[in-house]
Design a protein around this ligand. Structure first.
Ligand SMILES: Cc1cc2nc3c(=O)[nH]c(=O)nc-3n(C[C@H](O)[C@H](O)[C@H](O)COP(=O)(O)OP(=O)(O)OC[C@H]3O[C@@H](n4cnc5c(N)ncnc54)[C@H](O)[C@@H]3O)c2cc1C
Length: 421
């Protein structure tokens, strides 16, 4: 069996795992990434239905780690405005990047297909001498030693299934998604609850152009977001609703779907026509009880999953990746053991507190808009209108939407010059 040694082994070459690998690129650390599915490097003609609303902080990170150019050269749509309102009420709020006093950014963020983000990060990782990509490989077993971990991999397709590899590492990072294999192996407990919502996603053509605006409407039982794509009349929707309603809308014929979608969206962009398959994803809150242990760290969906109503999941994961890279590089430079739990504690406290605030915030938002109690509705509508009218409060909201608040890792704060990086 082939045995190789690494400083950091990342399980999961999705968006977050690859972001961590690239944040460690060209350092003294030897990095392995294990990915179960080799990603396709072709860009399909049709837009993928899974997209992410990337914050300005995520764009800073992707630029600093050399992945943004690929995204910019391929499909993406910056958005400069956001509009949120409540169905059948006067409550509404609108943001415009141009209204920010300290406006260095022309946009609030960008909508990008997940596959394009992964491709950009994969290609960047392939260029780094200190990163080895193992794909398609699955993890078979893990053994913990005092100073290192032993991970056994097995090929994940017909061509590689007879191949095994053994990797030793000072630190193993779980970036292996919501059902993390590493989290289970490490016996890290999970706090979770069902949001009682499923998200229906699809690509939609609208009569009127989207005007680079991300829109979201809250109804008692559903939250519907229209995210602008890089054609003026094309949007990606995320429609969170009761599971039965989502299944019914996935199964109904296109004319019925278009009619119900147009009505649910208050006819805001005229008639809506579905242009893709309709995907449905159950939504669950998950929060790992520890984000780190001796020789183990968790990032991205392996550590937390939240309701997509504010499009924060991968943005939060990118902050985990940037924060962990920053800690590992500082600890390594100081001659400390990068896998020792005592040296991972600061990362864990930092990211747990951020994730917890987001989870609580999303829950508060979801509860506030759930149901049609008239008093609750009046209070939230007055709140929305008040924030809409008060400039300083609105500035705070805009900075939050851009992901530029809180204790940000260096790679996410701003675009660094070559001398800074
Ligand atoms: C409907 C919906 C809409 C969303 N919209 C947004 C949005 O607008 N903005 C936003 O920020 N977030 C959004 N999110 C959340 C976002 O999609 C996730 O947070 C993000 O995909 C998590 O990335 P990840 O890399 O942590 O995990 P994943 O994307 O799950 O990647 C995990 C990777 O690990 C690999 N893997 C898993 N197990 C193994 C193993 N044992 N061995 C080897 N490889 C393995 C998988 O193949 C995969 O490539 C949305 C989520 C949903 C459901």
């Amino acid at each position: 069996m082939n045995i190789q040694s690494f400083d950091v082994t990342i399980i999961g070459g999705g968006m977050v795992g690859l972001a961590l690998a690239n944040a460690l690129a060209d350092s003294e650390l030897k990095v392995a990434v294990i990915e179960g599915k080799t990603p396709s490097m072709t860009i399909a003609q049709e837009h993928e239905i899974r997209v992410s609303a990337l914050s300005a902080a995520s764009k800073n990170l992707l630029t600093n780690i050399g992945a943004w150019d690929y995204i910019a050269q391929n499909r993406h749509q910056p958005y400069s405005k956001m509009s949120v309102w409540e169905k059948d009420s006067f409550g509404k709020i609108a943001f415009d990047a141009a209204s920010l006093k300290s406006n260095e950014q022309a946009s609030l963020g960008a909508i990008v297909e997940n596959s394009i983000i992964q491709q950009a990060l994969w290609l960047a990782a392939e260029k780094a001498d200190n990163i080895t990509l193992f794909h398609p490989y699955h993890c078979q077993s893990i053994a913990m030693g005092e100073r290192e971990t032993w991970l056994t991999l097995v090929g994940a397709n017909d061509d590689t299934k007879h191949l095994t590899q053994q990797l030793t590492s000072k630190l193993i990072v779980g970036a292996d998604g919501a059902n993390s294999w590493l989290r289970k192996q490490a016996e890290i407990g999970l706090t979770s609850w069902d949001y009682s919502h499923h998200a229906l996603v699809a690509t939609i053509e609208t009569d009127m152009p989207h005007d680079n605006t991300a829109r979201q409407i809250f109804s008692p039982d559903s939250i519907l977001a229209f995210l602008p794509l890089n054609e003026p009349n094309l949007c990606s929707i995320v429609w969170s609703q009761l599971p039965d309603d989502a299944q019914e809308l996935q199964a109904c014929d296109e004319i019925e779907f278009n009619r119900r979608l147009t009505a649910a969206f208050d006819n805001r962009l005229g008639y809506c026509q579905v242009k893709s398959a309709r995907g449905v994803f159950p939504l669950t809150m998950r929060y790992a009880q520890s984000f780190a242990k001796e020789r183990i760290a968790l990032i991205g969906d392996a550590a937390h999953t939240i309701h997509p109503l504010a499009g924060l999941g991968v943005n939060l994961g990118f902050l985990d990746a940037a924060a962990l890279a920053q800690e590992l590089l500082a600890n390594h430079a100081a001659g400390k053991d990068i896998g020792a739990y005592k040296n991972l504690r600061h990362f864990e406290r930092w990211r747990k507190s951020d994730a917890m605030q987001m989870i609580a915030g999303m829950e508060g938002f979801k509860q506030l808009f759930a149901g049609d109690n008239p008093l609750k509705k009046l209070v939230r509508d007055i709140g929305l209108v008040a924030v809409d009218k008060i400039t300083p409060a609105k500035e705070v909201f805009i900075k939050h939407a851009m992901g530029l608040t809180g204790n940000l890792p260096q790679l996410s704060k701003s675009v660094l010059s070559k001398a800074d990086s």
